[in-house]
Design a protein around this ligand. Sequence first.
Ligand code: 13P
Length: 252
Amino acid sequence: MRKKYVAGNWKMNLTLAEARALIEGIRAKMPQNPPVDIGVFPPFPLLFPMAKALEGSPIIFGAQNCYFEPKGAFTGEVSPQQIKDTGARAVIIGHSERRHIFKEDNALLKKKVVAALAAGLDVIYCVGELLEERDAGRMEAVLDAQLTEVLGGEISLDRIVIAYEPVWAIGTGRTATPQQAQEAHAFIRQRIAKLYNSQSAETLRIQYGGSVKADNARELMSQPDVDGVLVGGASLKADDFVGIINGAIAAK
Ligand code: 13P
């Protein structure tokens, strides 16, 4: 059985005071020993203070991006080791906002995944198609390239979680239906089985992301290949995020 994994991607939101209040609220309202994995992904400056705010909690935290070089003259970038030093366990790589706003391509993302794993970070690797790609019948080709060109069958999947985030569902309020999510997740698992083997595909966790809310989380995570969620907007309010955690616990 794959353990469900609920992750909150805070994006470029929350002041220090707001972040502390959010963590306090989540810790007060969530179940004591949740049978699911939970993670929050604050902006870089909040990593150290969130390490402190999360002491003694089962919630892990991570960063939203990293660079692939270990150090040097790369103004504005942050290395995987620097992220690891904050106590962070993981990093999100290849989020659609990185791909589309910051023009990160598969070749760059591969380097980032390799460097993050080498520094001892777990990776949430994001994939997903644009609306025009879906409408043109290219969803599978896009996902295939994002999996093949970055993971390629050679990078170990032991510490990787894949997040399927259809770009048309991010921040739009237009969630993929549970059936659309299941279909894409099944395709990803099948591609991973071809690139690696059926055992790796069977144990790999695949999260869904895109307008996940407390009222749709349970049904999404009840799909056989949906092993968790990567949440944007609804991860910024304690009640909403805890509602999603409860949805994960209740999912069949
Ligand atoms: P929303 O949940 O705000 O649609 O964002 C999804 C996302 O991009 C999570 O990484």
